[in-house]
Design a protein around this ligand. Structure first.
Ligand code: G6P
Ligand code: MG
Length: 206
């Protein structure tokens, strides 16, 4: 049975996935190619640098490391501008209720996100206090689908992989959870999150 719950952030806790998409799309537009929502599925859950590599692959473009660093910075400045006004109303349906019900049942709660903006976002949403451990893009080096982020979160909770359940909206994140040996609840569409053990539309369904 579940002793620990590890939540992805963007697209599971908060509706920020659309801002990541808008920022990447603008960057692509400036580079002269069209970046669609379908393309964007490949970037969900994936670290900033790896996302840029995938984006440039889609656009069929190559740049130096220095140029890529500047582009990644630019994307992040756009993204941070989009999310600067974030507040509790951006929480996805059922999030607070579900986190509170887990806490009441004694389930430990961790964040397992690739984002380097995670602490800033939790703070804006006023929910940092609900997490026993926060593992984000500043703590891990390997991008999802590598299991590192969930393994680290599980360790920080003092649990074994088989005792943890991962909640993920991204294909790469579901794959990371499975690679970590955990049960994975997909948040989104079953046809996209094929590897998940169970798929729901949102935490409000649980
Ligand atoms: C999450 C999002 C990705 C994003 C990544 C890095 O996993 O789903 O779309 O690229 O975090 O976020 P950051 O805020 O560090 O750019
Ligand atoms: Mg996500």
């Amino acid at each position: 049975h579940m002793k620990g719950a590890i939540f992805d952030l963007d697209g599971v806790i908060v509706d920020t996935a659309k801002y990541h998409f808008l920022a990447w799309r603008l960057l692509a537009e400036e580079l002269g190619f069209v970046f669609t929502e379908e393309h964007n599925e490949r970037l969900k859950g994936v670290s900033r640098t790896r996302s840029l590599d995938i984006l440039l692959e889609i656009g069929g473009m190559e740049f130096s490391e220095a140029e890529k660093l500047a582009m990644a910075d630019k994307k992040n400045r756009l993204y941070v501008e989009y999310i600067s006004g974030l507040n509790e109303s951006a929480l996805l349906p059922g999030v607070k209720e579900y986190l509170n019900s887990l806490r009441a049942r004694g389930v430990a709660i961790a964040l397992g996100s690739a984002s380097k903006n995670a602490a800033f976002i939790l703070d804006k949403l006023n929910i940092a206090g609900l997490f026993d451990a926060v593992v984000d893009g500043n703590k891990v080096t390997l991008a999802k689908p590598d299991p590192e982020v969930f393994q680290t979160a599980c360790k920080e909770l003092g649990l074994q992989p088989g005792e943890c359940v991962v909640f993920e909206d991204a294909e790469a994140g579901v794959a990371a959870g499975k690679a970590a040996g955990m049960l994975v609840v997909g948040i989104g569409k079953p046809e996209v999150l094929k590897e998940a053990d169970l798929v729901v539309a949102g935490l409000h369904e649980l």
